[in-house]
Design a protein around this ligand. Structure first.
Ligand SMILES: *Cc1c(COP(=O)(O)O)cnc(C)c1O
Length: 493
């Protein structure tokens, strides 16, 4: 199967999946997409229902990555989604009440859904390097506002042929996020704080990617720079798996019958997670509607309501920070599926120039046949944390609360009572301060250990081990650099 850029209407840039994963972004600035979407049928679903998660994963992935050795893929999936890394299962489905479920994607090493992709993607990249005859080491550079950096560190640590450096804004991450990164283990990892905010760290990384001296320096060390960005196909493909897996689990437990339709409601930032759900539907999974849930940064809600994407708006810092995004990069892949490469290229040019575009009537109709958009503001988010805990005895984080609220809004507005799965993207303990405050008991201390034990004592639940074990680990990385000196942290000697 070949991959093509979402902007390549002349079909110039066909590459293999290994090349797409190694390159990350297409030369014309577009994102790689498979030329056609492979399918699964109802017999495949029956077969997958009997299998453990890692075998479901290797079955789905091998349909997209058909240039990879199938045995190798199975091995990678087995390691990535082992009980050791995902205690209690990679993507368990939990019943809230009749017709409402959550898909918990936060049982991995960093307690957020990015682990689902970042535990396997480094292995896919490592294989892509040897499949394409690459002799240099890849040096991954990441600028993070919190979650992605830690998930990337856990995924890339000790992966052969790859090194990783993560930069975070010195005062821009939570105390727990900082501790998670500065105590990171592994021989090929490096973490450094940047004097400045997230944008300073991000621009610094982009500068290094484009800086000839930095590229030459990397070359002299036998390396080349690469990114772990969420637009890489190697991060998207593994996310398709858990949509199929959730469906199989519902069938397996007798909550639905094989062939029944279900809805998914997804807390959305960069549009990567929900797009994977759409691709699962395109493969043949019986999905009725995809509900795109946003926080107060509701650029996608507006897009799905009126067909206009407009990033020229106030930016809000919310209690669901991983959804505080005004440019949802993966939306480009949906535009490509709905309207083709030529139209997509036009929209992306308008976005770069004016910060806004309006899609054609036909494209708007195609998209809104599949997707609905809702948003929850800060007080609704808190309200749903409290309400879900009280009514369902179930503790959710701030991102998941946005989605539970949006699902209610969708059901009230449309009357659609199709069984619905809310995709749950983070452990409540990752956002313990805001979750406790929503339950009416704001913690006094901002210190990580105190936050965990406070939430535990007011809810009678316990913190996931990866978080409780972080507290008390030795700090390995304490360096702080100015944005102009970031390269000195990449190659310290
Ligand atoms: C990254 C993230 C999201 C948003 O996912 P996208 O793929 O960017 O839409 C939602 N919740 C959490 C906890 C995240 O870390």
């Amino acid at each position: 199967m070949k991959y093509i850029s979402t902007r390549d209407y002349k079909r110039h840039s066909l590459v293999t999946s290994a090349e797409a994963i190694k390159k990350g972004i297409a030369p014309d600035g577009g994102l790689f997409m498979p030329c056609e979407i492979p399918t699964i049928n109802i017999n495949d679903i029956e077969m997958l229902t009997a299998l453990p998660y890692h075998e479901r994963a290797s079955f789905i992935l091998s349909k997209f990555l058909d240039d990879y050795d199938a045995k190798g893929l199975l091995e990678d999936c087995k390691k990535a989604y082992s009980e050791d890394r995902f205690p209690g299962g990679a993507a368990p489905v939990v019943k809230l009440d009749d017709g409402r479920y959550t898909l918990e994607l936060w049982h991995g090493p960093t307690c957020a859904f990015k682990d689902m992709a970042l535990q396997i993607m480094p292995r896919l990249l490592s294989r892509a390097l040897s499949m394409t005859g690459e002799t240099k080491r890849a040096h991954i550079l990441v600028a993070t506002s919190g979650d992605t950096g830690k998930a990337a560190l856990e995924g890339y640590k000790d992966v052969p042929g790859i090194d990783i450096t993560v930069f975070y804004p010195v005062d821009g991450v939570s105390p727990m996020q900082k501790l998670q990164m500065t105590t990171q283990t592994g021989d090929n990892v490096n973490v450094c704080a940047v004097n400045g905010n997230f944008d300073d760290a991000q621009s610094g990384v982009k500068r290094i990617f484009a800086d000839r001296d930095a590229i030459a320096l990397a070359n002299s060390k036998g390396s080349f720079f690469s990114s772990a960005n969420s637009i890489n196909w190697g991060r998207l493909a593994p996310q398709i798996v858990y949509y199929v897996s959730a469906y199989c689990d519902l069938v397996k437990r007798g909550d639905i019958r094989r062939g029944d339709y279900i809805n998914f409601c997804v807390p959305t930032g960069n549009f990567g997670n929900i797009l994977a759900g759409f691709i699962a539907k395109k493969m043949g999974l019986p999905v009725n509607r995809l509900i795109c849930a946003s926080n107060s940064n509701c650029v996608l809600t507006e897009f799905l309501r009126c067909g206009v994407y407009d990033r020229n708006r106030e930016f809000f810092k919310t209690m669901s920070p991983s959804m505080d995004i005004l440019i949802s990069s993966n939306l480009e892949r949906l535009l490509y599926i709905a309207s083709g490469a030529e139209e997509t290229r036009g929209y992306m040019e308008k976005l770069a120039k004016d910060g806004r575009y309006k899609v054609s009537e036909e494209t708007f109709r195609t998209i809104t046949k599949e997707f609905s958009g809702y948003f929850a503001d800060e007080s609704e988010t808190s309200e749903y944390i409290a309400k879900t805990f009280k009514e369902n005895d179930y503790l959710i984080d701030t991102h998941t609360a946005v989605a539970v609220c949006c699902l209610d809004k969708y059901r009230n507005e449309t009357g659609d009572k199709t069984p619905a799965v809310v995709v749950s993207t983070a452990s409540p303990y990752k956002f313990a301060r805001d979750v406790a405050a929503a339950l009416g008991s704001a913690p006094e201390s901002d210190e990580p250990a105190a936050l965990l034990s406070h939430l535990s004592s007011i809810t009678g639940t316990s913190a996931p081990r990866p978080l409780s074990e972080t507290v008390g680990r030795p700090v390995r990385f304490s360096r702080v650099v100015d944005p102009a000196d970031m390269i000195s942290a990449v190659f310290p000697d």
